[in-house]
Design a binder for this molecule. Sequence first.
Ligand code: 3H9
Length: 688
Amino acid sequence: MSDFLGIHRNGDVAVVTIDNPPVNALSFHVREPLMQALVELRDDASVAAIVIACAGRTFVAGADITEFGKPMRQPELRAIVATLETIAKPTVAAIHGTALGGGLELALGCHFRVADAGARLGLPEVKLGLLPGGGGTVRLPRLVGALKALKMIVSGAPIAATEAHEAGLVDAVFEGDLTTHAVNFARELARKGGLFTPVRDRDEGPKETDLAAFDAEAAELARKARGLEAPIACAQSVRNAVMLPFDEALAAERALFVKLVASDQSRAQRHLFFAEREAAKLPGKDIVKRRIARVGVIGAGTMGGGIAMAFANGGYPVTLLETSHEALQRGLATIDKNYSVSVTRGSLTADAKRERLAQFKGSTDYADLADCDLIVEAVFEDMAVKREVFGKLEAVAKPGAILATNTSYLDIDEIAASTSRPQDVLGLHFFSPANVMKLLEIVRADKTAPDALATVVDLARRIGKVAVVVGVCHGFVGNRMLAARGSESEALLLEGATPSQIDKAFTDFGWPMGPFQMGDLAGLDIGWRNRKARGQTAVIADTLCEQGRFGQKTGRGFYLYEAGARTPMPDPEVEALIRDKAAEKGISPRAISAEEIIERTLYPLVNEGAKILEEGIAARASDIDVVWVNGYGFPIGRGGPMFWAGLEGPARIVERLDYWHQRTGKDVFKPAPLLKRMAGAGSWEAGG
Ligand code: 3H9
């Protein structure tokens, strides 16, 4: 009937099959024939029941996100669902793969839902800064109860078919050919006959709601939302489903959706959705990737152990190498302990822990790396040590093995030059803890072969990382920009701001924590050691370290911590120290506004991003956003530094950078030429 929709008959059951690869999104060219098909089948007396199924790898994964922000073409999903509910004969959604967002809402318009045993169902709109806008917040509570619906909608996390069955969302779970099962299921219902009640008219769930428990849960979720509007709107809409008649609650859901879809937060989150997928794309689609069957990791310290766990978690056998038997045992014991914590927390079963541990082979002999297809070194951050490791790898690694360094700052071209196979060398910059953090900066060195790069980009996805390919420079994308963000921290303190005032400006902006709280958490001694090695100083942070104040681990840093606690408390001693140091430098303290704090920390961050883009260290502005959101906690509702720069107004940023440059003479404030062009052109691409 259309390229995107087929109808076939199985006796008196009509099967409508949506076919819109890759994920069967409900684009206009699907909605139009779908609406027409439903009306025709409803009015066709020879049809006893209707099954809605999908071709390809999944049921409908949602509305077509690319259509948001443009005028919505009719018919809308809500009208399709409303039409479904006018059908008196049984309607059955046959769900395989994922039924997400508008996909699940379409299924909620059917009388019944049957699912393949491997299917997953959810309403993930909140992750796009939205709420389900096709009736999901009003219908789901009628099947699973308000509390469960609240959790599903505010978290956006899908649930498995079996859980959906237990919750009442799915009526039957099948293994084998789903369409055949669905047709038989529908035919049996039609044979039995009777009245089939649409979900909208089933209100057992909302009626039973314990409002006090609901409100307590909603308040807790709102607290965790940290300034994001969508989770609050989701909770409000589910509450409406309990309190208001169906049509009023539906209208209220619509009003909230319309408001959210036009909001900067949702635009930012939609930008990130596509940015993450774009970042994983490399030019040269047909590159044949290398085979990775076993991974070697050199160094079983915090970083090496975490990297080894990341690969083991992704199903790869790992050879873990250390210099001594003791260090190896220590590393393996830590890995064992980390998995035990997951078992205690319930996120891993004891069997899964055993399987993961069985992936590890420990060794102290480089010769044992000979069967590895990828070897990642995570040894001490020192060029001589790294070169020595790569020299040893040269002798043992098999031809074509990819040799990766986890360096955070060092020149990978120089490391590659220490082997006769620089085409196999690249950087894999994991973030700590490497088994948890999503971000992976993949560093393309001068001579890295395209197939080696394509292989690790693919591998990153397989182990659940968000990968961004970056070029070689000091600190790559993330840490280089972090240095720019922190360059004014000390100056702000000396001029009159307190650590808690600066941190508050950050948390008010949406960061999970500010730079001083972060420093205390990571350990101030790390930065101190780095500064000493490079002949640099930071008067306040250095003095704190000289006093043994290393942060949380010593109970004192920029803040005070009660024994075993993580809550920072302002410390008058630190504030006195700051005033003393300022007086020594002849600086009289003045009041510093939150606006000034943002200008002197986040504008240099954007400026450095523009330099990175101009130098080709990052391929796209959106890649930088992916790095900052996934690796450094930049608030998702702001879309990453480069997207936020567009909202903030690049012309304003340039003007204020100029101001601070004139005032301080510091390079971080000198506006990058690309940023200036962007201010004129309106977008990073047009500016470039
Ligand atoms: C919604 O439904 C609102 C309604 O409540 C209200 C309406 C009124 N639209 O992720 P992948 C593309 S909001 C357009 O790599 P996987 C994606 O960009 C929606 N495009 O595959 C990529 O393109 P490319 C609620 C979409 O197998 C390609 O498909 N639903 C959409 O790893 C493959 O994607 C969601 O939020 C879309 N909805 O994962 C679900 N979805 O190849 C969003 C995907 O050019 N989707 N694309 O880069 C997902 O979570 C994952 O894509 C999924 C498959 C799990 C389905």
